[in-house]
Structure formats: C-alpha cells, structure tokens
Write a protein that binds this ligand. Structure first.
Ligand SMILES: [Ca+2]
Ligand SMILES: [Ca+2]
Ligand SMILES: [Ca+2]
Length: 256
C-alpha cells in the first residue's frame, strides 16, 4: 500500500459512527408445500427454529407467508320444468395461519354466474340444456405477517409448528329443484417462514473472528460496483468508502 492510501485510511479511521450492519438483513427462507381437502380443515407442519450459530447471527425479524389456492369442481343441473337463467355460485371462506404467537388471518371469495342459457330439465342426469359445468373454481388465499418482537420463541434447536386452518364453502344461489355437484374441494399451496438476521460481525469478511487488515484488503480488492459480493458490507451494490469506514469502525475482535 502506498503512502497516499495509508494516509487516506488513517484519515478514515477518524470518521466515526459508521453504522455496522446497516445493510439489508440476511434472509433464511424455509418453504413446505401442503394440500388438504375442505372444509373446514387444518394442517400443522414443523419448521426449524432459527439457529443463531452460537451467537454469531442475531435474529431481527420473522415472517410467515401462505400462498395458496382454494378450489372446487362445481356443476349444477336444473330439475325444474322452468328454465333457470341465472345460477350463481360463490366460493368463500377464511384462513388463519400461526407460527408461535405470530398470527395472520384473511378471507377469500369469488362469484361465478351462468350465462342465462340453463333450460328446463331434460330428465337426463349429467348433461343437456339443463346442465351447467362451472369447471374448477379457484380462489387465492394469501396470508403474510412479520414480527420484530418476541423473537426468543423462534430461536433454538427444536422445530416449531406452523398451523393453518381454512374454512370454506361453496354456496349456490338457486337451491330449489337444483342438483349441485361439488368435487375436489381442497386447498393447496406453500407455507413459508423467513428469518431476517444480522451477522454479528458483518465486517469480518474472512470470518476469522477479527476485523483487521486482511478484511480491509478484501474491500480494496473488490472496489467498485458489485452484485451481492461479501465485500459490500453495507449491501448497496458498491464497494466504496462506506464499506471501508464500516470496516474501520468495527476494527478489532468481533467478541468485543
Ligand atoms: Ca340433464
Ligand atoms: Ca477478519
Ligand atoms: Ca457498499
């Protein structure tokens, strides 16, 4: 390192208050698929708790997400001698997800209506001008909740269940002289748990437990734009003076 660089670094050491760990949180995502018939019904899936790696990672946030579809195959058949021009169906319900004390709930609904052409009964089951097949009626169920408090419950070696309850029904507007067939009524989707955490010592780029010259050299070696490189301590897409000052502000043993 030449004299100018050394002076520059000496000057930067005087810059205090660089915010170590100010970059975006690291994320650890766990996902599991599920599917069960309705309704109502529930599922419980075990997810790992956060591993703080002997205190070298600090949990900052926990988020639980449900991305699912509630669906049913629905057909109706008019058993009356009169036409039934407008038959409506509604697939609707509620969902509740919980992971420890982290809870979110929501509702879903979709309405479908025949095109006015359903005629009087032809006496033949499952077909004819009196029969209307709505096909598969699918409606999204999306739940998402994050917490940054009471995080202790999410740390440890034992897994913790995520519970999901879904209550749904298929309602049909005309019930007189109508045969309604519902099949494959179910919910399928993904459950996700996302841990957001800070490495306790993000400036220790080479992971030897100390922030020192070797880490500084790694920053200088990657100077400039970089996409998710380790030397970008602040996580802004550039290795620049901000990363250098972060290193200098964290100088010394990570345990201090
Ligand atoms: Ca028929
Ligand atoms: Ca180091
Ligand atoms: Ca940076």
């Amino acid at each position: 390192m030449n004299r100018v660089s050394a002076q520059l670094i000496a000057g930067l050491i005087l810059v205090s208050g660089a915010d170590v760990g100010a970059g975006p949180l690291e994320q650890e995502v766990h996902a599991q698929a599920f599917g069960f018939p309705l309704s109502p019904a529930s599922v419980e899936l075990l997810f790992p708790r956060f591993d703080d790696a002997s205190g070298t990672r600090t949990l900052r946030s926990v988020q639980v997400d449900v991305i699912a579809a509630v669906a049913a195959d629905v057909s109706v058949e008019n058993e009356s001698r009169l036409p039934a021009p407008d038959i409506a169906t509604q697939v609707a319900g509620t969902g509740v997800v919980n992971f420890g004390t982290l809870v979110d709930d929501g509702s879903f609904s979709r309405v479908d209506i025949t095109d006015g052409s359903v005629g009087p009964s032809d006496g033949v089951t499952g077909s004819g001008p009196d029969f209307w097949d709505f096909g598969t009626l699918s409606v999204p169920l999306v739940l998402s909740r994050e917490t940054r408090t009471d995080l202790e419950q999410f740390i440890g070696a034992e897994p913790l269940p995520v519970g999901l309850e879904v209550a749904a029904e298929v309602a049909v507007s005309l019930t007189t002289d109508l045969t309604v067939r519902i099949s494959d009524f179910a919910v399928t989707g993904m459950l996700m748990v996302t841990f957001g955490y800070d490495p306790v010592c993000p400036a220790d780029l080479d992971g030897d437990g100390r922030v020192e010259f070797a880490d500084l050299l790694l920053v200088l070696a990657r100077w400039g734009p970089c996409d998710a490189c380790g030397a970008d301590v602040t996580g802004d897409g550039f290795v620049d003076f901000r990363d250098l000052t972060t290193i200098l502000a964290a100088w010394g043993s990570c345990a201090d």
